[in-house]
Design a protein around this ligand. Sequence first.
Ligand code: S3P
Length: 203
Amino acid sequence: MSRIGDPIELDRPVSWVALVGFMGTGKSRIGWELSRALALHFFDTDKVIEKVAGLTVAQIFEAYGELTFRAYESETVDRCTALDEAVISCGGGTFNNPENRLKLLARGPVVALSASPETILERTKRSPRVLLQVPDPLKKIRELLEIRKPFYDEAPIQVSTDGRLRREVVQEIVEKLESWYERSDEFHVVNRDENLEHIAQNP
Ligand code: S3P
């Protein structure tokens, strides 16, 4: 019989997971729902940056430039990889940076969400993104996706959010995390050790 003060045993495949992917692929919304499904805390790197800086992402870009924003982003990756019991939703450009990528991949499972350029355009119209304030945002989305796709492809778990209910997407992620966990001993720990070694040699 369990007693007050005993640790609660939760049946979840992982206690830390990061979501990456292009703007408008649903990382924040899906991340939040995934965190509810797994009974984990939820952190959105853009929101962490905004809180720490006391400025919105757009204001940081405008006042200090993209490089400063990317520096905040890397610092936030350090903070978030030190956490446990958390779902981390990363800004769309976070996974471009090789050090961020290595740190996230070394920390635990990384899920890349994807959607078509047209879906991304529709979704990002609802809450405008600083990088898409250009005359032809669809062209810009295609260009950025071409550059970034190889990085997102490095995530061990890939899930499309195009035309799907959030509940279905969360279900697929949980199932994929379960099989990731089953394979993690033989496969991902090797990756993790290699990545950690690389980080140690390239501080
Ligand atoms: C960016 C994505 C944004 C935000 C910033 C830059 C990017 O986050 O971090 O505007 O480079 O793709 P979302 O992916 O949450 O929109």
